[in-house]
Design a protein around this ligand. Structure first.
Ligand code: IMP
Length: 177
């Protein structure tokens, strides 16, 4: 059984679809360090959660990186989503010529041996909102003609940043056994 420390139910659902083992969601609100690096944020969170919970855990830190804004909002995606909302992020992006963006996710796993990180990314572009699935910026992120909010969980996992990071994590777990 794997313990996923996250307050985000959407992330937990995706991990369940993907990982071979059972995933239990643990709601511990670890203090997020401020950094431009998802790796640093995820690793610090996993270390902290492992110390607190005393069992092996993993966390995910992810974000939307918009090319025209040099990667903004990146690690601040959750804050910007809450303050501006995804429609305004889309409007601001569409004032620029370049609508390309990337989602990135880093999964960090911590146990008594230390911390391992696994990352994944996916390219797409920012579009007017479409679809009702997923969470966060999914309705405005289009990948090969379909927004993430128009995809099923399986379809999104097959191409998404989190799916790719979870796949690398799953491979590592399988090799370790
Ligand atoms: P975190 O909890 O600091 O990792 O924040 C991640 C934030 O990035 C979320 O609150 C969303 O705003 C955004 N995000 C990350 N992954 C996704 C995704 O798969 N779909 C949509 N938004 C995402």
């Amino acid at each position: 059984m794997l313990r996923f420390v996250t307050s985000n139910a959407g992330k937990a659902c995706e991990a369940r679809e993907y990982l071979p083992e059972e995933v239990e969601r643990v709601e511990y609100d670890y203090p997020e360090i401020q950094s431009d690096s998802l790796e640093e944020i995820a690793a610090a969170g996993a270390r902290d959660a492992y110390r607190e919970i005393g069992e092996p855990v993993f966390v995910d830190d992810s974000g939307l990186f918009i090319d025209a804004f040099e990667g903004f909002p990146g690690p601040y995606s959750s804050y910007v989503e809450g303050k501006l909302g995804i429609e305004r992020v889309q409007e601001l992006t569409h004032r620029e010529e370049d609508h390309r963006a990337r989602f990135r996710a880093v999964v960090a796993y911590a146990d008594g041996d230390g911390v391992e990180t696994f990352d994944g990314s996916v390219r797409g572009r920012i579009v007017a909102p479409r679809g009702s699935g997923g969470f966060g910026y999914d309705p405005i992120f289009e990948h090969r003609g379909t927004t993430f909010a128009e995809m099923s969980a399986e379809e999104k996992n097959a191409v998404s940043h989190r799916g790719r990071a979870l796949a690398a994590f799953g491979d590592w777990l399988a090799e370790r056994e």
